[in-house]
Write a protein that binds this ligand. Structure first.
Ligand SMILES: NC(=O)c1ccc[n+]([C@@H]2O[C@H](COP(=O)([O-])OP(=O)(O)OC[C@H]3O[C@@H](n4cnc5c(N)ncnc54)[C@H](OP(=O)(O)O)[C@@H]3O)[C@@H](O)[C@H]2O)c1
Length: 325
């Protein structure tokens, strides 16, 4: 579901790369994509219009067509006997629905009743890096600022940044289309809508999803989410306070052994994670690991991952791989 989108395209590439065992598959999107064909393993497949009858004989649904489509169509998929891995926010906070990052809580996959939720992209990369530290030193508080690429808002925002950059260099007037302001050569400290408490929905997703995945409602999270003029990969400045003291060297050691994490932390040689290096990669990159000298037990770090891969399609496919094990 959502095969023609930014995440949908990544689904196809990752299924090919990982040689996911597929006998038959369907590509579903909206009326707009009727007649389109998409390549998979060198062959052209037609895109079909998503309907309630799309799920006959389907074992696994990978859904990335937005929350309202998930709410409307996934119950029909479950009724038809499929297990759905949903990239949207529709079911993430439902008590009965597992919210899974395999490196953290793969054990919850088996509890599914037909739907498994994939967390928000910014939350996924943060918990992949923080989970080993939480296990070793118990995290009490997280302060995070995100630098989120335009691909996080879908294919049309990738096009919007491209057009604005072209207009800018040609001295043309920049007219924002779907993003709330100019994004070329600018930063927008708003992702999704504002809530009554002054935070955005995206920021509160980081608070609530982190607590659910790490299964610790006592963790305090303060998030500020910013859209930046980068095409792919989200970056995050993260500061944590832990119950037990832990040193930067111990954090580096823990993370160098953690699944899905790659430590790039050699400031002397100007080596730290950057979006241009994370783009197209599966790992979550961590660097700039240092003691936060402003609190008793504090560590600060910089976390970067490809939001379309680990933040969406790869995480969902890893869940699907666990399902068929
Ligand atoms: N981008 C990310 O980093 C990211 C990360 C995590 C989660 N997600 C979530 O994944 C979902 C998709 O994101 P995206 O970035 O791939 O968005 P996108 O590039 O805008 O793609 C949206 C997809 O949904 C399909 N769609 C839209 N309306 C539909 C309808 N009425 N019926 C059937 N299909 C419909 C579109 O089909 P048409 O081409 O036919 O319009 C397209 O395939 C969203 O829920 C998003 O929150 C995205």
């Amino acid at each position: 579901m959502g095969a023609t989108g930014a995440v949908g395209n990544s689904f196809l590439r990752i299924l090919e790369e990982r040689k996911f065992p597929i006998k038959n598959f369907r590509l579903l999107a909206s009326e707009r994509s009727k007649g389109k064909k998409l390549k998979f393993n060198g062959q052209d497949y037609p895109v079909e219009v998503l309907t309630h009858d799309s799920f006959k004989d389907v074992d696994i649904v990978l859904a990335s067509a937005g929350a309202s489509r998930s709410l409307e169509f996934l119950p029909s998929a479950v009724k038809a006997g499929a297990v759905c891995v949903d990239n949207s926010s529709a079911f993430r906070m439902d008590e009965d629905i597992p919210l899974v990052v395999p490196e953290v809580n793969a054990k919850r996959i088996r509890e599914n009743k037909g739907i498994i939720a994939n967390p928000n992209c910014s939350t996924i990369q943060m918990v992949v890096a923080l989970w080993p530290i939480h296990k070793a030193a118990k995290i009490k508080r997280i302060v995070v600022t995100t630098f989120q690429s335009v691909s996080g808002a879908g294919q049309s925002k990738i096009n919007e940044l491209t057009e604005q950059v072209k207009d800018f260099v040609q001295n043309k007037k920049i007219v924002p289309k779907e993003l709330p302001h100019q994004i070329a050569f600018n930063l927008i400290p708003q992702i999704d809508v504002f809530l009554e408490n002054g935070y955005t929905k995206e920021e509160m997703k980081m608070v609530n999803e982190t607590r659910k995945i790490m299964e610790d409602p006592s963790i305090q999270v303060n998030a500020t989410c910013v859209r930046v003029p980068v095409f792919y990969a989200h970056s995050e400045s993260v500061s944590i306070e832990t119950e037990k003291h832990i040193t930067p060297a111990e954090v580096r050691e823990l993370l160098s052994k953690a699944p899905g994490v790659r430590v790039v932390d050699d400031p002397e040689h100007k080596a730290y994670p950057m979006p241009i290096h994370a783009e197209g990669k599966d790992d979550t990159f961590v660097g700039r690991i240092r003691q936060d000298e402003s609190v008793k037990n504090g560590i600060s770090m910089w976390i970067v991952a490809d939001n379309i891969r680990k933040g969406a399609a790869l995480n969902a496919i890893q869940i699907a791989e666990e399902l068929i094990k």
